[in-house]
Design a protein around this ligand. Sequence first.
Ligand code: GCB
Length: 603
Amino acid sequence: MKYRYHFLLIAIFFIQYSIVGQEKVKKPTVIQNIDARDITSLNGLWQAIVDPLENGYYNHRYLPKEKNGYFENKKPQSPSDLIEYDFDSDIELMVPGDWNTQMEKLYYYEGTVWYKKSFDYEVKENQINYVYFEAVNYEAIVYLNGEKLGSHVGGYTPFQFDVTGKLKEKDNFLVVKVDNKRLREAIPTVNTDWWNYGGITRSVHLVSVPQSHIKDYSVQLKKNNKTQIAGWVDLENGKEGEIVNIEIPELNKKIEAKVKDGRANFSFKAKPELWSPDTPILYTVNMISQNDRVTDQIGFRTIETKGSKIFLNGENIFLKGISIHEEAPFKTGRVTTKEECRILLKWAKDLGCNFIRLAHYPHSEAMVKEAEKMGILIWSEIPVYWTVLFDNKDTYQNAENQLSTMINRDKNRAAIILWGIANETPESDARNEFLKNLSLKVRALDSTRLVTAALDTQSSAEGGKVIDDPLGEYVDVIGINSYCGWYVDEPESCAGLKWKNNYEKPMIMSEMGGGALQGLHGEKNERWTEEYQEALYEYNIEMMRNIEFMAGLTPWILMDFRSPRRHLQRIQKDFNRKGLISEQGVPKKAFYILRDYYLNENN
Ligand code: GCB
């Protein structure tokens, strides 16, 4: 009896501890579908102060300032006051936007910039307000009217803070300390092949939602079931037992689901016309709770693998893709508008693509939604790139947070079929464990899509390559980055290169390619000419024709993009020149080689 009692006490202790423990690690989440909410834009010109020594944050003992930090936006009250900063007489930067391409002196800048926006706001009764950031690269510390709201790490995912009761009708000021210093332990780490564009790179909104509101939802076909729609709606401050309606008018569906522990689960039969690149059909879906209503455009499709093939809606599909960086056409810098997304996506369409790899980090929600409307399948990934610190627990947590936020934001997008967990990571036990855990995380969060990773670790065997990376076990689709004819071997030798796969899984050639300066012509063995790149594509396509387990490809890359690793001034001028299109939008010869392959084969 005594022992039983002790056991009970211990059990209660553990249950409580784990609940409290969970509470402690509860991550701030964001509301689903920001486009469908009552929002006030905070985009436009913000005042800014460039602060390389973080003088507005640390005192001369290098301790964070509790008072007199730049977040207070102080003004002298008398002529004798000493205040050594002034947003009003400093620079201005456009939001959304990176700072590097807005001012010449910020081109290479990596460090802290303070952003400030003043605004009036009509506060409505009985509403909850959030300030919502679509993305800030890399670390953001956010203050409203001098008070710290919180901080966020990770350059490509959204975050929000509750500002209910903190907004005034007049003269609010939002200050964001943005820091894009590269850190060894961060995700990505210090070493990448793209520009570390700093700033408030995506839109900022003030959101107003009812006290009891729809926070999040998932509406998708059940895994591999074309006639069963299943999902849930999460309410914030909802009532236990409250009814949530899910309506799909075009399918004549009106479903009632009851809230239990904050969530209304549902599952119902339906026969939607399936979303595919040829038929990118999106249905209007209304979610209606007692006090809130959110509408989304949702597509329905299935995706699975069998052996080395990928099946979309039960039909074998060959993924004719291209890799894309979120780099703006014509002006470079980060993509900031829907129009820029559409230009890049239209170029992918012109190339004959039904698929894109959004490299190497989650792109904006606009990019994903526009691609979905245009009928383009998507591989979306997090920046676990090259040599991240695989044995560091915080690094893992950071990667997992970015992964969860990416999946959370885009889980209703039919276009996304693959979640990418890593790119070209060096094999080691720590790395295998890290990536295995990320793959398990994906499966726990979203069992309907496929897991992939881009690998450059294939071994060499006589006459060819063997895919034998242990990570192959944990992914559904194996991505292979291979630069035959550019970093290794002569282009002519690629055609005969043989591939063997130790896994009975589909393989996507997730990168291949070589550089060319648009307009530079010469012999096909002359590097940097369009002819060299053209021949390289021809030989590599020849090689890929002979890989029977290939399920698609996303060559590197649609458009030339800025990279601080690319110093050859007569050719590169800080651009990675592997684009099939120049940064000014002019296609190179290889563009047409790939287009011919896509339009004339594998249909
Ligand atoms: C790679 C990387 C990619 C680079 C590319 C290159 O393997 O995944 O980010 O930009 O090679 O051009 O070297």
